[in-house]
Design a protein around this ligand. Structure first.
Ligand code: PLP
Ligand code: SF4
Length: 439
C-alpha cells in the first residue's frame, strides 16, 4: 500500500483506468483531466515551493534544492509523481525526478558534453557521428526533467522547440547526405511537441528518399503515457516505418498506464524498444534489471540497450563502475530469455560512440579450436572450420598424460569441462536413471 507524502493515514490507491490516485495533492482532478496530457503538463511540479508543500521538505533543504533547480530545472508530471513512495528515503522514482544536492556540489566532476555531440554537429542540433545515421535534437522541452539526463547542458537554453528555420537547416543537411538512412528524432522529448509540429518534422523527413527509417527517442511512455493518444498514433502510423526508443529504468515504472501506451504504439505499427540507463541507487542490481526486462517483455517492449551512465557534470553520484554492468549482464545471459538481454554499452568520452561490453566468454583461441565458456561455467572446445577440408598436421604429443585442463580443450582431446555440482547435468542423470530401471 502506497501512502500520501506527509500523511500516512491517507492510502494512495491507483485505480484501474487511470483516475487521479486517491490521496494525491490533486484531489479535484477528474478522471478526464488526469488522463489528459495537457492537464498533466500544466500541473507539473516545477518549483521547490510546490515540492516542499507536497513532500514535507525542511526550509533548509528547500533552500539547497532551489540552488540546484536554479542550475538544472525541475519538472515532474503529476502522473510520475504518483509513482513515488515517500515512505522510502531512497525511492528509485523520486531519485530520478527530485533534485538533490549532489547535482550542485558535483559540478566540479565531469563535463557538460563528454560525448562531444556538439563537435560532431555540422548544423545546430544535428549530430552526425555514425556513417549511416544521425541524431536530431528538435526541442529542449521535456515533460519530466530526469536528474540523470545526459543532455542537461541544453536545459539552460530554455524550454524551446527548434524553429522551422532551424529545422529546415537540419532537413537540408540530411537531404545533402545520401548515406543517411536512419534519422533519430530526439531532444528534449519530441513527443511533447504539438502533434502538428511533430507531423511537420516527420513529413519533411519522409520527403527525403534515402531516409529509410525514422527513430523517435522519448520518455513519454514512462513519464506521460496519456500523451500517446489517438491523434499522436495517427501521425506516427502515417509516416512509418517509425521505431520508438523509450527509457524505462525501474520495474515500478512499468504500470498499467505505461503498458497501455506501449500497446497503442504497437497497434499503430511502431515497435517499442527500451534504453535503460544504469543508475546508482535506482537500478544497479541484477535482480532489478532482470525484473524490469521481463516486465517489459510482457508489455512487448524489447530491451535494446543498457547504458553506462555518462561522465556528465552533476551526474557523478549516479555513475556506477563498469564492473556493475558486467555483473548484471552475467546475471542475465543464459539465466533468462535472450529477448530480455540488452546490449550493455558505454558511450566513450571524446565522441568515440557506443562500445559494447560483456563478460568474457572466449577463454582461449588456438589455430584449430576456440575455448569458450557458458553462463554455467562449462568450458567447451569449439572446433574451427578448416579452409581446405583437410585435417591439420597433428604431431605425436610429448605432453604428459591428459588431464582436465584448458590446453586439452585446444588440442581437441577434451570436448568440455563441467564444474562439479552442475544442476543441468544432475537433471540429465536423474532422467537417465528413471528411464532405465535397474534390476
Ligand atoms: C546512440 C546514437 C545513435 C544511434 O546508435 P545505434 O547504435 O544505431 O542505436 C546515433 N547517433 C548518435 C550521436 C548517438 O549517440
Ligand atoms: S526525457 Fe530524455 S532528454 Fe528529457 S530529461 Fe529525461 S533523459 Fe533528458
Amino acid at each position: 500500500m502506497e501512502t500520501h507524502p506527509g500523511d500516512d493515514a491517507v492510502p494512495l490507491r491507483r485505480p484501474k483506468g487511470g483516475a487521479a490516485p486517491v490521496g494525491l495533492p490533486w484531489p479535484h482532478a477528474t478522471r478526464e483531466q488526469w488522463n489528459d496530457y495537457r492537464w498533466q503538463l500544466s500541473n507539473r511540479i516545477t518549483s521547490v515551493e510546490d515540492l516542499a508543500g507536497l513532500c514535507g521538505i525542511s526550509d533548509e533543504e528547500a533552500r539547497l534544492l532551489s540552488r540546484v533547480s536554479d542550475l538544472y530545472r525541475m519538472g515532474i508530471t503529476p502522473y510520475y509523481f504518483s509513482l513515488m513512495r515517500f515512505d522510502d528515503a531512497d525511492d528509485p522514482i523520486a531519485r530520478q525526478a527530485i533534485p538533490c544536492a549532489e547535482e550542485y556540489f558535483g559540478v566540479e566532476g565531469g563535463e557538460d558534453d563528454p560525448l562531444e555531440e556538439e563537435k560532431d554537429m555540422p548544423v545546430p542540433g544535428l549530430t552526425h557521428r555514425y556513417p549511416d545515421r544521425c541524431l536530431l535534437v528538435v526541442t529542449n522541452f521535456c515533460s519530466m526533467y530526469c536528474r540523470h539526463c545526459t543532455r542537461k547542458r541544453i536545459w539552460t537554453l530554455g524550454e524551446a522547440a527548434k524553429t522551422e528555420f532551424e529545422l529546415s537547416k537540419m532537413f537540408a543537411y540530411v537531404k545533402r547526405h545520401e548515406e543517411i538512412r536512419d534519422v533519430i528524432v530526439s531532444g528534449g522529448d519530441p513527443l511533447t511537441l504539438p502533434s502538428g509540429r511533430l507531423e511537420y518534422i516527420l513529413k519533411n523527413l519522409r520527403k527525403i528518399p534515402h531516409v529509410e527509417i525514422i527513430r523517435i527517442g522519448t520518455r513519454v511512455p514512462v513519464v506521460l503515457p496519456m500523451r500517446v493518444d489517438d491523434e499522436l498514433c495517427a501521425v506516427l502510423e502515417k509516416y512509418g516505418p517509425i521505431w520508438l526508443n523509450t527509457q524505462f529504468n525501474h520495474p515500478r515504472e512499468v504500470t498499467d498506464e505505461a503498458k497501455a501506451a506501449c500497446d497503442r504504439l504497437l497497434r499503430a505499427g511502431v515497435p517499442v524498444n527500451n534504453q535503460t540507463v544504469l543508475l546508482k541507487g535506482v537500478n544497479d542490481h541484477p535482480e532489478i534489471i532482470r525484473k524490469l526486462n521481463t516486465e517489459l517483455l510482457k508489455a512487448k517492449v524489447r530491451p535494446y540497450y543498457l547504458f553506462q551512465c555518462d561522465m556528465v557534470r552533476g551526474l557523478e553520484h549516479f555513475r556506477t563502475r563498469l564492473t556493475k554492468g558486467i555483473e548484471i549482464m552475467e546475471a542475465l545471459r543464459g539465466h533468462t530469455s535472450g529477448l530480455a538481454v540488452p546490449s550493455y554499452v558505454v558511450d566513450v568520452p571524446g565522441g568515440g560512440g557506443k562500445i559494447p561490453l560483456m563478460p568474457t566468454y572466449i577463454l582461449s583461441m588456438g589455430e584449430e579450436r576456440t575455448v569458450l565458456r557458458n553462463y554455467e561455467g562449462i568450458i567447451v572446445s569449439y572446433e574451427e572450420a578448416r579452409d581446405d577440408g583437410r585435417p591439420s598436421a597433428r604431431p605425436e604429443t610429448t605432453m604428459p598424460a591428459p588431464r582436465n585442463d584448458v590446453y586439452r580443450l585446444l588440442t581437441g582431446e577434451l570436448r568440455s569441462l563441467t564444474p562439479a555440482g552442475n544442476e543441468r547435468m544432475a537433471r540429465r542423470k536423474r532422467r537417465c536413471e528413471s528411464a532405465s530401471p535397474t534390476t
